[in-house]
Every structure is written in structure tokens, then in C-alpha cells.
Design a protein around this ligand. Structure first.
Ligand code: GLN
Length: 186
């Protein structure tokens, strides 16, 4: 069955995610208001600017509906600012603290090949843009990949988060992983 995946589209690079999902045969729906969350099989929170995204989520009354959707077991992937939105200090869905601009503000962007557990076929070519890393995490969080010993790819049950931008490197294996997660709450 074709999965319907919502991409939070308040701000940031949601179009690249939608394109990648469609290339994988899924349907993609841009999410701007709570009603757009209806019937989703999975959700992506893209990169962008976490402060701006937070304001948009507040303005549209999306915080509680997003929490309900993910707490009900809907698989979610947060990338870069999306990882920040899922952490303890924002939507409070992932038991992590993501440190913003953790690699330093000067290092605006870099690329690295990293092995991601659960993604087969060799390392992922990862694009980091003023990226966060996971500074703290609870026991249910599994580290899937790291850069210089800092976690940059994690999984907690049906929730995935990465510090980098898989949608920009043309590598759709994380999106495939998201689509493969059973949405029954794990
Ligand atoms: N630096 C941004 C923030 O803190 C995240 C950057 C990104 O998503 N590429 O929100």
C-alpha cells in the first residue's frame, strides 16, 4: 500500500524531502496546519531554523497535534533542525538534548561519510549545515552514527533523527528506513 508521509512545511527544505519520498513511490503531503496531519503513515520534520520553526508550530497550534500523532506510534524522521524540534526542550518526543550549532558557527557546512546502523550498502554521504549533535540522551535512545564521538544519527523506537541532510545528498536510504518502520507503535 502506498504510504502517505507528511512533511512539515512551515519553513526549511521540505521540498527536497517530498521529492525524495515521491521518488521512492510514497505520497507526500506538505503539513502547515493541524488538519494536514490526518491519516498520515509517517512524518518528516525537515532542517531549517529551529527558532523560526518553533514559532510557526506555536502560531499554527501544531505542537499538541504533532505530539499526539507521534505518541500514537506514527514513525517520524527529524533532520537537523527537525532533530532539535523533537528533543526534550522542544516537542519533548525524543529523550535527547540536541545542541544547536554544535560544530561551531564558523563551520557552517561540511560533508562526511558516516556509517549508520540499520542502513546497509556502505556509509552515507552526509551534508552538515550548522548542525546540532546529541549532547545528552536517555537509555532508550540508540546511537546509529557519530562524528568525532558525537551522536549525529539516533533512533528511539519509531522515531529517527539525524543531524545532517540526507535529502540533499541524493541518498534515500534513511527515507526508506522511515517507510519500513511499522507504525503500530513499534
Ligand atoms: N542551525 C539551525 C538551528 O539551530 C539548524 C540548521 C539546519 O537545520 N540545517 O535551527
Amino acid at each position: 500500500m502506498t504510504k502517505l508521509v507528511g512533511v512539515l512545511a512551515l519553513q526549511g527544505d521540505f521540498e527536497a524531502h517530498a521529492k525524495m519520498l515521491r521518488a521512492l513511490g510514497a505520497r507526500a503531503r506538505e503539513v502547515r496546519v493541524p488538519d494536514d496531519l490526518r491519516d498520515l503513515d509517517a512524518l518528516i520534520i525537515p532542517g531549517g531554523e529551529s527558532t523560526v520553526m518553533s514559532l510557526g508550530i506555536e502560531r499554527e497550534g501544531l505542537a499538541e497535534p504533532l505530539r499526539e500523532l507521534v505518541r500514537a506510534g506514527t514513525p517520524v524522521l527529524g533532520t537537523c533542525a527537525g532533530m532539535i524540534m523533537l528533543d526534550r526542550d522542544h516537542l519533548g518526543l525524543l529523550d535527547v538534548i540536541a545542541r544547536r550549532n554544535a560544530f561551531g558557527r564558523q563551520v557552517r557546512s561540511f560533508e562526511a561519510d558516516i556509517d549508520v546502523k540499520g542502513v546497509s550498502g556502505g556509509p552515507m554521504h552526509a551534508v552538515f549545515i550548522r548542525a546540532p549533535w546529541v549532547a545528552e540522551h536517555g537509555p532508550e535512545v540508540e546511537i546509529l552514527g557519530s562524528v568525532e564521538a558525537h551522536p549525529v544519527a539516533i533512533r528511539q523506537g519509531h522515531m529517527l533523527a539525524v543531524s545532517f541532510h540526507p535529502e540533499l545528498s541524493g541518498d534515500s536510504r534513511l527515507h526508506e528506513l522511515l517507510l519500513a518502520i511499522d507504525g503500530s507503535g513499534e
